[in-house]
Design a protein around this ligand. Structure first.
Ligand code: PPE
Length: 308
């Protein structure tokens, strides 16, 4: 990780090296935190943060699902994000807000532990590699199931959930694949370890519904809207593994992964298709300010929050 100058912590900017926590921190022991991943892109009008307000709203929703009260409003965190971006001075970076139960008591019940709120930023290139963005990646259906809705609320982007993702991606990598696809206990396609999943078949686009133990992906929502505006029917529905094997195209979306084609799922070669590349182009043109068709999602320091 490339270290930058500052980190925003509980209302102030601190030096990167000083943003440390005690080993007795509750979240370190029990995964009791919520976080976000947001990208800031260089545009001709200056650095633009993509759907910042929506991400911070999801952070608050995640916290509510853990009955954790973040001591800063969405608006305050928005201002803090821009303060950090300006302090670090990079035109392009990834932003990682995180809120967690801090140091106080140990024991599973979070009790009266203080809530720490932090925003980091650092440069993060293509999540699955530049080659993956262009030529597609391979994914393996994981032997690990995606956490169910009555295990941990899947709409919460909670730190503890990512043990599930880590097991899956490590298994896939060890088997020679780039990424993992997790199925629910019922066998429905859910998420990648850090991405939403889409299938293209017969000119229509399919993606798991929000009830399918998936994170409510903001890139997923973005790509659904872009695809519909371009004229593709999008169906949010249950998908099973054979839908992936028989697809015309499969791709993944995420803040980090952007729109990444899947050239193979398990031992089935799919290649990279035109619908995926069209949506990838529209997405990258939007986030980088090269197209104004969906300009409402780009947030600049001086502008009002984007409308929901
Ligand atoms: N599913 C999961 C499990 C997930 O972690 C992400 C984001 C998504 C879907 C896509 O969500 P969205 O970014 O709102 O479109 N994963 C973040 C963290 C990746 C990491 O390795 O850390 C991200 O993309 O920033």
């Amino acid at each position: 990780m490339q270290e930058l100058d500052k980190i925003w912590r509980n209302g102030e900017l601190v030096d990167w090296a000083d943003a440390t926590i005690h080993v007795g921190t509750h979240a370190l022991h029990y995964g009791s935190g919520v976080f976000e991943g947001i990208r800031c892109y260089e545009t001709s009008k200056g650095p633009a943060v993509f759907r910042l307000t929506d991400h911070l709203q999801r952070l608050h929703d995640s916290a509510r699902l853990l009955t954790m009260e973040i001591p800063y409003s969405v608006e305050e965190l928005r201002a803090a994000s821009f303060e950090l971006l300006s302090a670090n001075g990079l035109p392009e970076c990834y932003l990682r807000p995180i809120a967690f139960y801090g140091y106080g008591e140990l024991g599973v019940s979070a009790g009266s532990n203080p809530i720490e709120t932090v925003i980091m930023s650092w440069p993060w290139g293509a999540y699955l590699g530049e080659d993956g963005l262009r030529n597609g990646i391979s994914a393996k259906i994981s032997s690990w199931q995606r956490i169910g809705p009555n295990v941990i609320p899947h709409a919460a982007k909670a730190t503890g959930i990512y043990v599930n993702s880590m097991l899956a991606v490590n298994e896939a990598n060890r088997a020679g694949y780039d990424e993992a696809i997790l199925l629910t206990a019922d066998g429905y396609v859910a998420d990648g370890s850090g991405e939403s999943i889409f299938v293209v078949k017969g000119g229509r686009i399919f993606t798991p519904s929000l009830a399918t133990s998936i994170l409510h992906g903001i890139t997923r929502d973005t790509v659904i809207q872009i695809a519909q505006d371009i004229g593709y029917p999008v169906l949010e529905t249950n998908l099973i593994r054979s839908d992936l094997y028989l697809a015309d195209e499969v791709f993944m979306t995420g803040t980090a992964a952007e729109v990444t084609p899947l050239r193979a799922v398990d031992d089935v070669e799919l290649g990279v298709g035109p619908v995926t590349l069209e949506l990838q182009g529209a997405y990258l043109d939007t986030v980088r300010g090269r197209s104004d068709r969906w300009a409402q999602w780009r947030e600049y320091p001086a502008t009002a929050p984007a409308e929901a």
